[in-house]
Design a protein around this ligand. Structure first.
Ligand code: FAD
Ligand code: UDP
Length: 372
């Protein structure tokens, strides 16, 4: 029987950074994943010369120079800047909410005119301290932008009305009174040339990796899918924390996403990597045209339509629903987890946090500092 210092459950970004750092410090690591590939949700797959973001559009962005440099050890990043557009009926607007959006919406030109328009739209609402996403959005951008670009999209994305969602979700997006369509405020941004999977491949070099291996089956039998017996001193778990504890405090809610991917026999379908469909009557939230992340010139193209749904067992969980109710349940799991000597929880599912990639890398490195 082989014994490892660490069993890492999940070959996503958190598990991969932890594994890389643990091996650098001389530890032996076994990585398992229940999927048939490494890299979790940042997995990209090359098809017809195009790197397809199989689990949705992933743009790396950070303000932390150390995290940017850390990632650049594993791949060269291009100069892609995310500038999605939003389609509402037969209207098209720039995102995030900026002077291009306001100018198109109201036929105005200056920041003062835009601010006056927003102030006029919200003066009757008397929102002093926004209590939820709806109030937050209205107080920032007024009723027109809220109705056309936020309300329908958010309800599709989260399956809940905007007044039942936390305000922080909308604060992820920049609001600017300049003509600047950059979706992020971060200093550093780009897409790894050649896709994300190579990054995780390099991080996992030297570790034993077993795919299509569910942790709970291994824990029950002590055996891997090939029948070999293994043991470990410590566990890093990057799956759902409530599942680990058999939902003893009740289940946490997640949103899932279904991707409908098509190959099209045309060079350029939508002229942009990301186009959001913000009206409630369009069933998908956005269409991704993968080639544009790497300025692809291939003769054909690949697009993915993104449909959101409530998570249920048997489908992939993608987004934690961080409202007060779920956060309170999560706190109980976190409290239980803090008493464990030999188990660490990490990542979007293990820590039940709406983490972007840079925050996952930072959290994994912080975990390494404490642990190793
Ligand atoms: P994951 O990638 O989910 O990895 C967890 C792994 O654990 C999975 O591979 C899973 O199969 C495995 N696992 C779970 N349970 C078990 C089990 N019981 N046994 C074995 N294996 C198990 N971030 C950005 O910075 N920029 C973006 O543009 C961006 N876009 C996104 C778009 C979408 C649609 C989504 C869903 C996320 C996006 N993110 C983005 C966030 C990014 O995906 C995450 O921050 C990051 O991938 C989380 O890494 P992780 O290791 O925590 O989780
Ligand atoms: N959002 C919106 N309209 C848009 C884009 C985003 O209302 O066209 C809101 C929506 O509530 C979404 C949130 O802003 O959940 C955060 O958007 P982001 O693009 O960061 O979501 P992610 O890429 O994580 O799905």
């Amino acid at each position: 029987m082989k014994n490892y210092d660490y069993l890492v459950v999940g070959s996503g970004l958190f598990g991969a950074v932890f594994t890389y750092e643990a091996m650098k410090r001389g530890k032996s690591v076994l990585v398992i994943d229940k999927r048939n590939h490494i890299a979790g949700n940042i997995y990209t797959k090359e098809e017809d010369g195009i790197n397809v973001h199989v689990y949705g559009a992933h743009i790396f962005h950070t303000s932390d120079k150390k995290i940017w440099e850390y990632m650049n050890q594993f791949a060269e990043f291009n100069n892609y800047i995310n500038s999605p557009v939003a389609v509402y009926g037969d209207e098209l607007y720039n995102l995030p909410f900026n002077m291009n959006t306001f100018s198109k919406m109201w036929g105005i030109k200056t920041p003062a005119e835009a601010k006056a328009k927003i102030a006029e739209q919200i003066k009757e609402l008397n929102i002093t301290e926004p209590k939820n996403l709806e109030e937050q959005a209205l107080s920032l951008v007024g009723t027109d932008v809220y109705e056309k670009l936020i309300k329908g999209y958010t309800q599709k994305q989260w399956g809940r009305p905007c007044d039942e969602l936390p305000a922080f979700i909308i604060k992820r997006l920049p609001l600017r009174f300049t003509y600047d369509n950059n979706y992020f405020n971060d200093r550093f941004q780009g897409i790894p040339i050649g896709g994300y999977t190579q990054i995780v491949e390099k991080m996992l070099e030297g570790a034993d990796v077993v795919l299509e291996q569910d942790y709970f089956k291994l824990a029950e039998s002590g055996k891997l899918v090939d029948g070999s017996e293994v043991s470990w001193d410590k566990l890093l778990f990057t799956g759902q924390i409530d599942e680990y504890y058999d939902s003893c405090f009740g289940p946490l809610e997640y949103r899932s996403v279904r991707f409908e991917t098509e190959k099209l026999n045309e060079e350029n379908y939508q002229g942009n990597a990301v186009v959001n469909y913000t009206a409630a009557d369009v069933p998908y939230t956005r269409i991704i045209e993968h080639k544009h992340f790497e300025f692809g010139k291939q003769p054909t193209t690949i697009i993915s339509k993104e449909y959101s749904s409530e998570w249920k067992p048997g489908v992939e969980p993608y987004y934690p629903v961080n409202n007060d109710k779920n956060n309170a349940v999560y706190e109980k799991y976190a409290e239980k987890a803090s008493k464990e000597d030999n188990v660490i929880f990490g990542g979007r599912l293990g820590q039940y946090k709406y983490y972007d990639m840079d925050k996952v890398v930072a959290a994994a490195l912080a975990c390494v500092e404490v642990e190793l």
